[in-house]
Structure formats: C-alpha cells, structure tokens
Write a protein that binds this ligand. Structure first.
Ligand code: CDP
Ligand code: CDP
Length: 224
C-alpha cells in the first residue's frame, strides 16, 4: 500500500479546484497546497512596491528576497508574505486582475516551482494550480484536470461574491474569467494545458461532494 501519494489538480478559474482539493486533503490526512496563492502573493507585493508587472527581472529579484509561507489553520490555508498575513489581501479584485500578467514570467515561475516541489517532496499532498501535472509534480500518482463551462464558473464566482457581500455582474465576471483563462493558456512559460496522463473531470453538473468523491475514489485506487 502506497500511502503518501502526490495528487495534482489543474484547471481554469472557478472549476472547483481549491474547494475540492481541500476536502480531498482532509479526507486523506494530506496537506493541501494552493499554488495560486503564491502567484497572488508575488503580485500583491509587486503592486505594493509599484513594480512594473512586465519587468521580469525586477519581479524575479523582488521574489528572491521574499518569503512566502503557506500555513494550515482552522479557517483554511493562511498565506504569509514576509511574515505578514496577506490571506485576504491577495484575493482582491486588483490582484485577481493582474496575477496572470505576473505568472506569465518564466523567472517568477522557476522560483515558485522550486518552492512547490520542496513542499511536496515527501508526498501526502494535494496541490492545485495550472501547471502542477505538466511541470511541478510530473511524477504525481494522480493527475486530475478539472473544468466546467465558463458560464457555470462565472455563476459560482458571482455566488461567492454575493456571500461576501460584494455586488458584481455575471457578465463582467465571465469576461474576466475568460480573459484570465486565455492568458494562462496562451503564455509560453508552462501554460494551462491538460497533461497527457491526467484524468478529465467536468464539474459543471456535479455537486462539490460528487466531485470530491470522484477524486477520492481515484486516489484510493492509486493507494492500493
Ligand atoms: O482561484 P482562482 O482560480 O481564481 O485562481 P488561483 O488558483 O488563485 O490562481 C491565480 C492565477 O495564478 C492564475 O490565473 C494563474 O495566472 C496563476 N497560476 C499559475 O500560473 N500557475 C499555478 N500553478 C497557479 C496559479
Ligand atoms: O479553485 P477554483 O478557482 O478552481 O474554484 P473554487 O474557488 O474551488 O470554486 C469556486 C466556487 O464554486 C466555490 O464557491 C465552490 O464552492 C463552488 N463549486 C460548486 O458550486 N460546485 C462544484 N462542483 C465545485 C465548486
């Protein structure tokens, strides 16, 4: 029996990756690693420091002297940047709108990928992102590419906002998501793409529990 496997979950925004990855990690007693939070933290710091987001060298130099820590807590994963809790700040609309621009730079990705690989080195992890199966954990025992229609993903984000008391428009959210998907899929450095050995999971009509159970079944097969 192989217990400490690596599970890689990739896919576009709003597919349900982080929600389902957390449930799967908890059920298996694994660590959940949200790599999107790391790209968001870099983007947040660059914006705070007024760094031009197309200046790859400056961004890479800034990241080289930064510390990003992911810490599990009762409220979910917390994100610390240079010791400061930025878990909420990195979810702002401003960061969301700019993160794909920062994530397109190879020199930024190289540093974050090295950190992610270290975090997953002992297995027992569920890691979600865009390039986990194709670049970060290429030997992961289970690779899932999760998606849903862009209309459903925008509807989910709209409901998320409503719960947080944020007024938004579904049409605008759909446009923003489609733009981010396009930037993430068309960039040169490790674009969002389904790995050849990944299993495709369409969550459009699945409940959270159904999607989590589907992945847990696959994980249990791999752990036999
Ligand atoms: O939660 P949401 O789907 O909105 O996004 P996220 O997972 O927090 O990721 C934010 C952005 O970071 C993505 O749109 C990508 O541009 C970038 N990202 C990436 O390039 N590679 C990863 N492994 C994870 C995120
Ligand atoms: O991490 P990612 O951007 O892929 O998506 P998420 O933040 O986990 O999910 C976006 C929203 O969709 C959350 O509010 C989830 O609760 C919801 N969701 C859903 O309604 N049905 C699913 N099968 C999966 C997620």
């Amino acid at each position: 029996m192989k217990k400490n496997i690596q599970i890689a979950i990739d896919g576009p925004a709003g597919a349900g990756k982080s929600t389902i990855a957390k449930i799967v990690a908890e059920a298996l007693g694994f660590t959940y690693i949200d790599t999107g939070a790391m790209y968001r933290a870099v983007t947040y710091k660059a914006m705070q420091q007024d760094i031009y987001l197309d200046d790859e060298t400056k961004l890479a130099n800034m990241l080289a002297v930064s510390t990003i820590d992911l810490k599990p807590s009762a409220q979910g994963q917390l994100v610390f940047l240079d010791g400061e809790n930025v878990s909420d700040a990195i979810r702002s609309n401003e960061v969301t709108a700019s993160v794909s621009q920062v994530a397109a730079h190879a020199k930024v990705r190289e540093q974050l990928v090295a950190q992610q690989q270290k975090l997953a080195a002992n297995g027992g992890v569920v890691m979600d992102g865009r390039d986990i199966a194709t670049h970060v954990l290429t030997d992961a025992e289970l690779k899932v590419f999760m998606s849903a229609t862009v209309e459903e993903r925008a509807r989910r984000r709209f409901l998320d906002n409503q719960k947080r008391g944020i007024v938004s428009s579904i049409d605008k959210l759909q446009e923003e998501i489609a733009l981010r998907d396009k930037m993430d899929s068309e960039r040169e450095a490790s674009p969002l793409i389904q790995a050849e050995d990944a299993i495709f999971l369409d969550t459009t009509t699945l409940s959270i529990d159904e999607a989590a159970q589907a992945i847990l079944r696959l994980a249990q097969e791999k752990m036999l």
